[in-house]
Design a protein around this ligand. Structure first.
Ligand SMILES: NC(=O)c1ccc[n+]([C@@H]2O[C@H](COP(=O)([O-])OP(=O)(O)OC[C@H]3O[C@@H](n4cnc5c(N)ncnc54)[C@H](O)[C@@H]3O)[C@@H](O)[C@H]2O)c1
Length: 256
């Protein structure tokens, strides 16, 4: 685990909404923003893990993170979840779109329904959470949106065409949102992680040989941990990156 040593004073008391903040990279982000003294609301469907995380972070922080159960494929639930976060913490000035499902799927077996379901979690919520927080962010005088894309779409990986299309779409959406919301003082950027050793990755896909091959391609010769995504995300959320918008920050140990 990489210990978080950096501090961004403008994130103290900031109202932050994180999607998929209950496990994986999202859990590291929830903990990372809480450690900055931010008021974190995180949206997830993984109830047990999210409750356990909220309980673990309830003490020792300026604000206990708020877990909001919502299925991000349900756009009414997205609206309600953002409204709940706003009523608890005030208008969000930081939104982190982190949730995704990277299930593998074979092109030749892919149904229309599978494509739509996959896009409904991997791309659509990024647009509609932004739409939901935008009025409050505009009224608050500005904010920052950080969207998680992936280096996988740049690597011609064939095992998940809908996922990689969504991840490329997030870059386009990031740029479109940055153009639309920039005049209102809202910056929109993306982070493209390399292969991050979450519990899910380790359970489903990581092998010693696969990890060694990836590290061989990285300049930095160690596995990438969820906590390695925290610093880049805090930076893009904070006013430390005040004139950075419409950008993609690759955080992959120098593989690309
Ligand atoms: N782990 C990696 O190697 C890697 C690499 C590149 C990009 N990324 C990106 O980083 C982000 C986080 O990835 P991760 O590996 O931590 O993912 P993960 O699968 O470990 O966690 C995703 C979280 O999103 C939640 N979620 C999934 N579907 C949901 C839904 N319908 N409604 C609400 N919550 C839902 C899950 O419950 C989970 O807590 C994703 O955008 C992913 O594409 C990850």
């Amino acid at each position: 685990m990489t210990k978080q040593t950096v501090s961004f004073p403008d994130l103290q008391d900031a109202a932050v909404v994180i999607t998929g903040g209950g496990t994986g990279i999202g859990a590291a982000l929830t903990a990372g923003f809480a450690a900055q003294g931010a008021k974190v609301a995180f949206i997830d469907i993984a109830d047990a893990a999210s409750r356990a995380l909220a309980a673990r972070l309830a003490t020792g922080h300026r604000h206990a993170p708020l877990f909001i159960h919502a299925d991000l494929t349900d756009l009414d639930a997205v609206k309600q979840a953002v409204a709940e976060a706003e009523s608890a913490h005030g208008a969000a000035t930081v939104l982190v779109n982190n949730a995704a499902v990277d299930d593998r799927h074979e092109l030749l077996d892919m149904s229309e329904e599978y494509w739509d379901t996959n896009q409904a979690i991997n791309l659509r919520p990024v647009a509609f959470t932004a739409k939901a927080v935008a009025p409050g962010m505009i009224a608050a005088g500005g904010g920052a949106i950080v969207n998680f894309t992936s280096t996988s779409y740049m690597l011609n990986i064939g095992a998940m065409p809908s996922y990689t299309a969504a991840k490329a779409g997030i870059v386009g959406l990031t740029k479109g949102l940055a153009g639309r919301l920039g005049p209102d003082g809202i910056r929109v950027n993306a982070i493209a992680p390399g292969w991050v050793m979450t519990e899910r990755q380790k359970r489903l896909w990581v092998t010693d040989a696969g990890l060694a091959a990836m590290i061989d391609r990285q300049c930095l010769k160690r596995p990438i941990e969820p906590e390695d995504m925290v610093g880049p995300c805090l930076f893009l959320a904070s006013k430390a990156s005040a004139m950075i918008s419409a950008q993609v920050l690759i955080a992959d140990g120098g593989m690309m």
